[in-house]
Design a protein around this ligand. Structure first.
Ligand SMILES: [Zn+2]
Length: 447
């Protein structure tokens, strides 16, 4: 099956920064076979008219908590620690039905904002809640997005000096066994994999040093990646210095948590030494500018990270601290955040596009498979409509996409399969998802 998109501007985000003002893409099966200038005249099974649009690689979301779709708009003026303390008891009521619905709703919404690959970091496993991990994988398959679920865990309850209530944490053995099982059942190392699993204890203030250490051993034994929250707030920095006598990055390094197979969510409070360690070890950072703004956590040093050649991707983060839940909107947010910190030259529109595509692919270890529009790569493509009121008249399409309002997605291909067609989800019923989301949110609060 051959699909062609033509009549559109194309930003390839390859190493040479190739762009076409009027170009085409040819997809055969799940791969891109041609990317070039002008119209495509060869035989095709299906043609998508790209007039008025910009084609880019599909965006890669490197950090999320999809279950939080059911708890948006709460703890509105809280710091991270206050917000967590208010939300943990609500989250103790989640089950497999809620996780299936919120995963489908969140991924559907991400697809409509240009995202073709998303991670999820799920760390709340109430006893008796059912197989939450399988519910996520099933929902992602239904929506059709490429999915990197990170099996999270917490074993440091309040009575052990952690932040979560005791009834929400797992034992170290249970957490490790469940993580191993998730890898064995769902991880696919293949080039075209739709599901890859990562090992993801939650954070230094909710996880014991032993679980962090043994989680890293498990991940390396099975050849999967490692993900956690790190250096998000000043309170976390103070917690690490008081409890462990070092910075969050030094703590992570002691536990075996720096390396080319690790990416860390946030990285807001990083000194020069910490940035140098991330760079020397090839450790990636998931930058979540809207969530950092919502919780008043600070502005991550993205310019410094990029200059040091640290892999940086974009992340939406959980919708309880980022109610918009869109990835497309994070492009503009990332640009503005970097410039508020470092001035108007701190980050360009093209650098933001590269961070949200190739940067994310590097964080997930998939830069040979995803992240740019090049022959041989998987056909993960976002086609952005730029001829409406919000963008018309901006001559540079990449500037329109990043400086302008979140652009409507005309089409979205994942492995060549259309997940969005004519601006609508083609795989799942959007109105049904919205109804289900309202239902599980109501039921959770009642519980
Ligand atoms: Zn997070």
């Amino acid at each position: 099956m051959t699909t062609v998109i033509d009549g559109c501007a194309v930003a390839c985000v390859d190493a040479a920064g190739t762009e076409y003002a009027d170009g085409h893409l040819v997809v055969d099966g799940d791969r891109l076979v041609t990317v070039g200038a002008g119209r495509y005249d060869g035989p095709v099974d299906e043609r998508i008219d790209g007039s008025g649009c910009l084609a880019t690689p599909g965006l890669v979301n490197t950090h999320h908590h999809l279950y939080q779709w059911a708890t948006r708009g709460l703890a509105q003026q809280s710091t991270l620690f206050e917000w967590l303390v208010e939300l943990y008891p609500v989250w103790s009521g989640i089950d497999a039905d809620l996780v299936r619905v919120t995963t489908a709703a969140g991924l559907g919404w991400l697809a409509l904002s240009g995202c073709t690959t998303s991670t999820d970091h799920h760390y709340v496993y109430p006893r008796g809640g059912g197989d939450l991990f399988a519910a996520q994988v099933d929902a992602a398959r239904e929506v059709g997005l490429r999915f990197h679920p990170c099996r999270g865990s917490m074993d440091l309850g309040r009575s052990d000096g952690g932040l979560p209530p005791d009834n929400l944490v797992e034992s170290l053995d249970r957490a490790l066994a469940a993580t191993a099982e998730a890898i064995d059942k769902h991880h696919d190392p293949a080039f075209e994999a739709m599901v890859r699993v990562a090992v993801a204890p939650c954070s230094p203030f909710s996880v014991s040093a032993d679980l962090m250490r043994e989680g890293a051993v498990l991940a390396r034994d099975r050849g999967v990646r490692l993900h956690t929250h790190l250096a998000e707030t000043v309170e976390e920095d103070a917690y690490c210095r008081e409890r462990f006598g070092c910075s969050p990055v030094e703590y992570a390094e002691r536990l075996g948590w720096l390396g080319p197979d690790v990416w860390l969510a946030h990285g807001v409070h990083l000194d020069e030494t910490s940035i140098a360690r991330l760079a020397a070890t090839g450790t990636g950072v998931a930058h979540c500018p809207s969530s950092n703004g919502r919780l008043g956590a600070g502005v991550a040093p993205v310019r410094d990270l990029l200059d040091a050649r640290v892999p940086v991707g974009l992340g939406v983060d959980g919708p309880a601290s980022q109610e918009s839940g869109q990835l497309g909107g994070e492009l503009r947010q990332a640009l503005l955040a970097a410039r508020l910190r470092g001035g108007p030259a701190a980050l360009t529109a093209r650098e933001v596009l590269a961070v949200s595509t190739m940067g994310g692919a590097r964080c997930l270890g998939r830069d040979t498979e995803l992240g740019s529009l090049e022959p041989g790569k998987l056909a993960d493509v976002a086609l952005w409509r730029l001829d409406g009121l919000g963008h018309a008249g901006i001559a540079d399409p990449v500037a329109a996409l990043v400086f302008g309002p979140p652009a409507p997605v005309a089409a979205l291909l994942v492995s060549g399969r259309p997940v969005v067609r004519d601006g609508r989800l083609g795989t799942v019923d959007e109105s049904a998802l919205a109804r289900d989301l309202a239902r599980v949110s109501r039921e959770l609060v009642r519980r």
